[in-house]
Design a binder for this molecule. Structure first.
Ligand code: URA
Length: 225
């Protein structure tokens, strides 16, 4: 069948029986997908300047950073990072897991490194812990750990479970601090590996996937106090 031109890999007819198929390749026989029903789980180090969207007419999106083989398998971002936010973004075609990770009941912990204007103080930590009243909702208790605090600029780790639009930026702004940069370092049980540069992606390891499914996240405490 291969020699007869019935086999396709990633849309190209392959007549060489020794051709090596790689993980993620779209393999078809007589046009029908073969042995390719597994889900894909990918972590991307989102760079600044790209939208978290499946497509956009004008701007580049996170999908532009993925290879054809993954796009064909219809992976989609789980949740959203703002255009200027960098860091860990999970993408998958496992809709059930995505739904579970984002459901308000079981929202996983997310951890961000934030650089903000002005000096962060212990009252900011208490406000994050107690919940901050924003115009349309009050945030649930969140962790804030100050890493450095100067009159001009401070750095901090933030841990929260929710993921409302511009939530971290709005929480800081309500305390009088503008977010200058925001970088997500953890999503549920996943942490952004140091060797994954901005714009790069890789599949989750089996261990990472198992931990994510179990939701081994929990508040780590690194952002407390
Ligand atoms: N909170 C924000 O304000 N922006 C993000 O991108 C993520 C969380």
């Amino acid at each position: 069948m291969i020699r007869g031109g019935q086999a396709e890999v990633n849309g190209q007819t392959v007549r060489d029986g020794s051709f090596q198929v790689r993980e993620g390749d779209d393999v078809r026989l007589h046009g029908a997908s073969v042995g390719n029903h597994t889900y894909q789980y990918v972590m991307l180090h989102k760079p600044a300047g790209v939208l978290t969207a499946a497509s956009d007419r004008h701007a580049s999106t996170v999908m532009d950073l993925l290879p054809e083989s993954l796009l064909r398998r219809k992976v989609l971002p789980v949740g959203r990072l703002d255009k200027d936010t960098t860091g860990l973004l999970l993408l998958t075609n496992d809709g059930e897991l995505a739904h579970r990770l984002l459901s308000p009941k079981r929202h996983v912990w997310k951890r961000y490194l934030a650089v903000v204007s002005g000096r962060l103080i212990s009252e900011d930590v208490a406000a994050f812990e107690n919940g901050i009243a924003l115009s349309d909702f009050t945030s649930k208790p969140a962790g804030l750990r100050i890493l450095s605090a100067e009159a001009e600029e401070s750095r901090a780790l933030v841990e929260l479970r929710e993921g409302k639009f511009h939530q971290v930026k709005r929480m800081f702004l309500s305390r009088g601090h503008e977010v200058l940069t925001l970088h997500r370092v953890a999503f549920g049980a996943l942490t952004l590996p140091e060797d994954l540069s901005a714009g790069e992606w890789r599949e989750l390891t089996g261990e990472e996937l198992a931990a994510l499914k179990r939701d081994d996240s929990g508040q780590t405490g690194v952002a407390n106090g």
